[in-house]
Design a binder for this molecule. Structure first.
Ligand code: GDP
Ligand code: IMO
Ligand code: MG
Length: 421
């Protein structure tokens, strides 16, 4: 049995949460492999809406096991509020959410460091979610991190040593640390909540499950264009969001990976700073934001909006080895007269089809314009109901991307999903 992987192909918020929830009935274990509470995965069903940040999106369909893998970073304070909000809506997770001992902990001082480093960058700030993600992964790689398993022995000593180091750095920057006592209070209350869950050697757990023939879905966060190695560096997150990240973030061999579901929006969005070649600064961009309700689920920031970018998508498909595509939010384009698709970039008069090392202001998008379908598709149940112009859009994308689009999402609700033959 192989592990299937679902990940975002753009700059995040492609609808991963919704689609993991839709696919969950096919799986026995859903495992998050990277990122932390910088993620906001929104699910809607039966008239209710949930936003998940650290908890995998496989918790709502049956009693499936959900695993937070070693590649994830956890903030106990945010974890506690997420769990309590789920508990208050009747979802008990203590028996079916397992946490890797090797997942790293986001400390209160990591959050302060995140804010401090952003502030020090001035105009070139990344626009992080402010959740301490960068400093936590920096400590992991710098061999200074604290892991979930560390809370089991002499934790206070380890915590204080890390905190002392961080405070020295914050003092060098003259950063205000007056929020720390309150952050620490919430953090240690969160730690008590975290301890109610079972900590596991997740690499053993997952590999044993593979041997036993269990069906496992690995859930990514962020998107390929935010990957620390292949994204639009330095405007990226601090983990490997790509398929290979699932190998590292769960401890599974590359050959254990089966299907790779690559998910993308029918257009494109980005939160935070960094290059975005197809970005729209006009009313069309505002229209996409309004119709797609493009506001960050973690920070509430308006998302930057633009047309679909096939140069970036082809790059993501290549890096991720995508075997099946999933397109979301095409309903947002239901009222548009025409739709543009970026098929190449132009740099100094030369057309390029391969995603370049750097995207400067000199990169222009080359667009193909297609007819809009001008039809409300949000209640459609079968592919045969699709208007011709929409089928043409799908066929064009499949031809350009050379991978079949297997799932089409026509609205935020679980039911608004069409699985193609
Ligand atoms: P994720 O981070 O990839 O899980 O995506 P987010 O949840 O941050 O953002 C996707 C947003 O679009 C959420 O508000 C979803 O409820 C919503 N959504 C998902 N699929 C669709 C779709 O097909 N159509 C529309 N209109 N909204 C969708
Ligand atoms: P989901 O899983 C969209 C962006 C931030 C910022 C950059 C670095 O919901 O798709 P970080 O806090 O990670 O250090 O911020 O990455 N970013 C996201 N953008 N969706 C996300 O997650 C994101 N997680 C981080 O806006 O530009
Ligand atoms: Mg999101």
């Amino acid at each position: 049995m192989k592990v299937d992987v679902l990940l975002g192909l753009q700059w995040g918020d492609e609808g991963k949460g919704k689609i993991v929830d839709v696919l969950t009935p096919e799986y026995e274990i859903i495992a998050r492999f990277q990122g932390g509470p910088n993620a906001g995965h929104t699910l809607e069903f039966e008239g209710k809406k949930y936003v998940l940040r650290s908890v995998p999106s496989g918790i709502f369909q049956g009693a499936k096991i959900n695993v937070i893998g070693n590649g994830v970073v956890i903030d106990p304070a945010l974890f506690k509020s997420e769990i309590e909000s789920l508990e208050s809506s009747g979802h008990q997770l203590t028996k079916r959410l397992l946490i890797s001992k090797k997942a790293h902990l986001i400390l209160p001082t990591h959050r302060l460091l995140d804010a401090c480093f952003e502030e020090s960058k001035g105009d070139s700030k990344i626009g992080t979610t402010g959740k301490g993600i960068g400093p936590t992964y920096t400590d992991k790689v710098g061999r200074n991190g604290l892991r979930v398993g560390d809370v089991l022995h002499n934790f206070e000593e380890k915590y204080n040593a890390a905190k002392t180091k961080h405070l020295k750095t914050l003092a060098q920057y003259g950063f205000d640390t007056s929020a720390l006592p309150q952050l620490e209070k919430e953090w240690f209350e969160g730690l008590a909540k975290l301890r109610e869950f079972t900590f596991i050697d997740s690499e053993h757990y997952i590999n044993k499950a593979i041997k036993e023939g269990k069906k496992i879905l690995a859930e990514g966060a962020q998107g390929t264009m935010l990957d620390i190695d292949f994204g639009s560096y330095p405007f990226v997150t601090s983990s490997n969001t790509i398929t290979a990240g699932s190998s590292i973030g769960l401890g599974i061999a590359p050959q254990a990976i089966g299907e790779v579901y690559g998910i993308f929006k029918a257009y494109c969005t980005r939160v935070g700073s960094g290059p975005f070649p197809t970005e729209l600064f006009d009313e069309t961009g505002d229209e996409l934001r309004k119709l797609g309700f493009e506001f960050g689920s973690v920070t509430g920031r308006p998302r930057r909006c633009g047309w679909i970018d096939l140069v970036a998508l082809r790059y993501a498909i290549m890096i991720d080895g995508v075997t099946q595509l999933i397109m979301t939010k095409s309903d947002v384009l239901d009222t548009f007269d025409t739709i543009k698709v970026c098929v190449a970039y132009e740099i100094e008069g030369q057309q390029i089809a391969d995603f370049p090392f750097e995207i400067g202001d000199d990169v222009k998008s080359v667009f193909v314009e297609m007819a809009g379908w001008k039809t409300d598709m949000t209640k459609m149940q079968k592919e045969s109901e699709f208007p011709k112009a929409f089928s043409d859009y799908v066929a064009f994308l499949e031809k350009e991307l050379n991978v079949p689009i297997r799932v089409i999402s026509l609205g935020p609700d679980r039911e608004q999903t069409i699985i193609r033959k």
